[in-house]
Write a protein that binds this ligand. Structure first.
Ligand code: ZN
Length: 151
């Protein structure tokens, strides 16, 4: 048995907000705006096609550990019917996305690593392939208090 891992292995977090079709895309954009108004996070432009292990188009929200206890409960209350994959970013992207992740809303089926083309597979150690987890580059400028309700 391995010793327990430390939460210090978690460099930052991702919330992948999935959407399917025009109605869910509109919900994602509304949720994106609400997040940007309230939280200092990195919002990446929506990825409009399913890519790699991800089963649907998505919005990626990257955030630092100090925001977890406020952003995650807020997303649970405000997910606008969407499925959200919440995962830590450690040195092991495969486990981060598959076996160390949590879902907010209905769980979707991730595409298994072995079904992906070689270049799209998640690795089990970034260091082993000479990569590092990128730091969160905060690009939102919140204009309201984090917890003012769904507004
Ligand atoms: Zn991710």
């Amino acid at each position: 048995m391995h010793p327990p891992r430390s939460i210090r292995d978690i460099e930052n977090w991702h919330a992948h907000i999935y959407y399917d079709g025009a109605e869910q895309r509109a919900a994602m954009l509304a949720l994106r705006a609400r997040i940007a108004e309230r939280f200092a996070v990195q919002l990446v432009e929506p990825i409009e096609t399913s890519t790699g292990t991800h089963p649907l188009p998505m919005l990626v929200v990257a955030f630092n550990p100090d925001l977890f206890d406020r952003l995650v409960p807020w997303l649970m209350l405000n997910r606008m019917g969407l499925s959200i994959l919440l995962h830590p970013n450690t040195d092991n992207p495969l486990h981060d996305h598959v076996s160390q992740a949590a879902w907010i809303g209905p769980q979707l089926r991730m595409k298994p690593n072995e079904e992906l083309p070689e270049e799209r597979r998640q690795v089990t150690s970034l260091k082993a392939v000479g990569r590092a987890q990128p730091a969160v580059k905060i690009n939102t400028t919140p204009t309201m208090a984090e917890d003012v309700g769904a507004g």
